[in-house]
Design a protein around this ligand. Structure first.
Ligand SMILES: [Mg+2]
Length: 341
């Protein structure tokens, strides 16, 4: 197999403020493996390698893959174990393998993962405005566009500001829209407990990663009516968080591909946890891959709205998006493979 790659830089329209800091751009690589395509958009503060390490891993993988023939079925998809150390590179190569495999089988990628996978994926809207008036407009627009879930980043400002912004969103979106908050691990356990008690009055669907470590997530679970989801903790866990939280957020780019994320989702669901598919603000190929995974998981049962409506935060993208969110959902094309134009 022949692996080639080219660098990409995705710029955000406006900085995204999170407890990790401001996110302004995403650096990565577009990957081609024979006829298949993939994307590596590394996000080091989320646990992936940086762009330089990603490029080195792609070069090493090109040499290894040159000696191998293309897999003929999903069960033959195997990658060198050393690629686990560079999840973004692994994600790109695996996605290109799955794209190529489903192109040759003339099926949409999601049907390789689940034969009954449908085309529709309900998605949440990430609200990015900081100022209350702009945030209210964004929340009203999302509700009017048909989004059933809106998500707000918290824990990067004083708690009173977070509570005020969450109240603005609840008010503007109305009582029927689910409100999800994401602290990105930015609270201490004590501040998280205080914040969640007060956020519970706004009937918050769940809080992603209220605090950083798994032991504190375990104690926060059930302490308030707000469900606890692990996100940053997922790639750092050996599975011990499955009895510590109510939900897991699965980012294929951070977990090393669609298949590791699928395995996480199956383990989580077997324990009665909810699995939520999102991206780490990836480009079109990364989002399409995650949407294909979400569609496959939905064939086995309901799932909280996926965090895939993030293209509007980007100023540029790797290619045209064939499945932009509309009415709060993504409708995937019936074309074989990943579905990229
Ligand atoms: Mg998150």
């Amino acid at each position: 197999m022949k692996l080639t790659w080219e660098p990409i830089r995705l710029r955000l329209r406006a900085p995204l403020f999170t407890a990790h800091g401001e996110l302004r751009e995403r650096d990565g690589f577009l990957v081609r493996l024979d006829e298949g395509r993939g994307e590596a958009t590394a996000l080091p503060w989320f646990g992936t390698e940086d762009a330089a390490a990603c490029a080195r891993a792609l070069a090493d993988a090109a040499a290894a893959l040159a000696k191998l023939r293309a897999p003929e079925g999903l069960e033959e998809v195997a990658l060198p174990p050393w690629l686990d150390a560079t999840p973004a590179a692994r994600h790109a190569i695996e996605l290109a393998l799955l794209d190529g495999l489903s192109l040759r089988a003339s099926v949409p990628l999601r049907r390789l993962l689940h034969p009954r996978a449908g085309n529709q994926v309900p998605v949440s809207a990430l609200l990015a405005s900081r100022e209350p008036a702009a945030l209210a407009r964004e929340a009203r627009t999302a509700g009017a566009e048909g989004f059933g879930t809106v998500k707000l980043k918290v824990a990067h400002a004083p708690l009173e500001d977070d509570l005020a912004r969450a109240a603005v969103v609840r008010d503007a979106a109305g009582p029927d829209v689910r409100l999800r908050v994401d602290a990105n691990g930015g609270w201490t356990e004590a501040s998280a407990l205080n914040a969640l008690r007060r956020l519970a009055r706004l009937s918050v669907e769940l809080c992603e990663q209220p605090s950083a470590d798994i032991a504190s997530l375990r104690r926060l679970r059930g302490a308030t009516p707000v469900a606890i989801a692990a996100d940053e903790s997922v790639p750092r866990s050996n599975g011990e968080l499955l009895d510590a939280v109510d939900a897991v957020v699965l980012k294929p780019m951070v977990l090393g591909g669609l298949l590791p994320a699928l395995e996480w989702a199956r383990l989580a669901r077997a324990r009665g946890l909810r699995a939520i598919v999102t991206t780490s603000l990836d480009g079109t190929l990364g989002r399409l891959g995650a949407a294909q995974l979400a569609a496959a998981l939905l064939a086995d049962g309901p799932m909280p709205d996926a965090g895939l409506a993030t293209a509007r935060l980007l100023e540029n993208d790797v290619c045209e998006d064939p499945a932009p969110p509309a009415h709060g959902r993504i409708e995937l094309p019936e074309t074989p493979g990943l579905g990229a134009p």
